[in-house]
Write a protein that binds this ligand. Structure first.
Ligand code: RFL
Ligand code: PHB
Length: 390
């Protein structure tokens, strides 16, 4: 089998790229290790930047997003029993939309068939060959049968543990990494959210986040140590902790209910450079990870593939490779800014094991400063709604 662009992974990066290729009339095939149900079932991101929303609109995939997505013109910070709002719309003219990654994936998968987006699920034992030559290929097995997909380019959209980045020689790749000494314990519950917008809370006991999926479905997180076990977190213990950390003002009216999803995710900052090796291009979590504090992970995957799609379209229209040559530098410029924001916001809101009384006072002083400064709030707002593509 032969195609122009072999896309590894059917997560947000892979499927947005596949839809962009279909719209540009460029042949592409997506190879995904898991089933559709598995990929769609993963509870992950919740906040779409304006650029992600705009791309869904451009692709004509925004019908449900428009009907069910929750536009948020502000976000809230809580500390020391206080809460204040950052009016993103007033400060930047932009907003974000709360719409779960699961919903985005459903929209992308539903439209794939009708638009001729080819996806091979349960493609196993994938191997990339000939990446530094002119005719790369991808070998894989499906239902026990060996296949080879010859292509012009490989787009590795295969997440942090994929084969794409692993296929780049160690002496070519430079990796930057910070592993945080804590994770997020998250739950979903069929209860109305405590507030109509998100609340990011800094508490002496650790970070908490009040988020949502809909007016009747809430998503809450609390920072936990890496040695914590899910079995030790009954719903009651979780709700008590959320209530304490949000503080009396922010948690007023908190509605508790049974959780139907509960999981712990570690936090990490990670960037691999460059995002290209020969005819292999990395996009999304395959190249970089941010801690979820800034809600940037999926949005970065989307901005990467928007840039990659532009470069591929230029190549196939005019045999002009300048976009492909510039892809890594262009994508990384935006990635590093999002890495910085996510790292900074994590530092502002989380409790670190080595934090002494002074360090805690510095966090509180910074929050108090932000509360009183339009300039500081503008910095947060413009990062949160998403920096331009450039
Ligand atoms: P994905 O989603 O990991 O998809 C990669 C796909 O590649 C497949 N794959 C392979 N296929 C074939 N052969 C192989 N050898 C393969 N290896 C892997 C996998 O099965 C998978 O289907 O990467 P992608 O597309 O780059 O998308 C990245 C996003 O999913 C991720 O950044 C976000 O979920 C991060 N994230 C958030 N992002 C936001 O923008 N806003 C948020 O509010 C937000 N909250 C979150 C998050 C991530 C979280 N967790 C659990 C990590 C909250 C959490 C708790
Ligand atoms: C979520 O709703 O899952 C969510 C929201 C904001 C974040 C991270 C996760 O920063």
């Amino acid at each position: 089998m032969r195609t122009k662009v072999a896309i590894i992974g059917a997560g947000p990066a892979g499927l947005f790229l596949a839809h962009l290729m279909a719209r540009a009339g460029i042949d592409a095939v997506v190879l995904e290790r898991r089933t559709r149900d598995y990929v769609e079932g993963r509870v992950r991101a919740g906040v779409l930047e304006q650029g992600t929303v705009a791309l869904m609109e451009q692709l004509g995939l925004d019908a449900r997003l428009k009907a069910e997505g929750l536009p948020h013109t502000g976000t809230n910070l809580a500390y020391d029993g206080e809460i204040f709002r950052i009016d993103m719309a007033a400060l930047t003219g932009a907003a974000v939309t709360v719409y779960g990654q699961q919903e985005v994936m459903r929209d992308l998968f539903d439209a794939a068939g009708p638009r001729g987006v080819q996806i091979v699920f349960e493609a196993e034992d994938l191997r990339l060959d000939g990446l530094t030559g002119n005719s790369p290929s991808v070998a894989y097995r499906k239902d026990g049968v060996a296949h080879t997909l010859a292509c012009d380019f490989v787009a590795a959209c295969d997440g942090f543990h994929g084969v794409g980045r692993a296929s780049i020689p160690d002496d070519v790749l430079k990796v930057y990494e910070r592993v945080y000494p804590f994770g997020w314990l998250g739950i979903l519950a069929e209860v109305p959210p405590v507030n109509h917008e998100l609340i990011y809370a800094n508490h002496a006991r650790g970070f908490a986040l009040a988020s949502m999926r809909s007016p009747t479905r809430s998503r809450y997180y609390v920072q936990v140590g890496l040695d914590e076990r899910i079995e030790d977190w009954s719903d009651e213990r979780f709700w008590d902790e959320v209530e304490t950390r949000l503080g009396p003002t922010a948690s007023a009216g908190l509605v508790r209910g049974p959780s139907f999803e509960k999981s712990i995710a570690p936090l990490r900052s990670f960037v691999a450079e460059p995002m290209r090796h020969g005819r292999l291009f990395l996009a999304g979590d395959a190249a970089h990870i941010v801690p979820p504090t800034g809600a940037k992970g999926m949005n970065l995957a989307v901005s990467d593939v928007a840039m990659l799609a532009e470069a591929l379209a230029l190549f196939y229209a005019d045999r002009d490779a300048s976009g492909l040559d510039g892809y890594s530098a262009r994508a990384l410029a935006r990635v590093w800014k999002a890495e910085r924001f996510s790292w900074w916001f994590t530092g502002l809101t989380h409790r670190f094991p080595d934090m002494d009384a002074f360090a805690r006072r510095m966090q509180v002083a910074e929050l108090a400063y932000i509360r009183g400064s339009r300039a500081a709030q503008t910095v947060i707002a413009e990062n949160y709604v998403g920096l331009p593509l450039r």
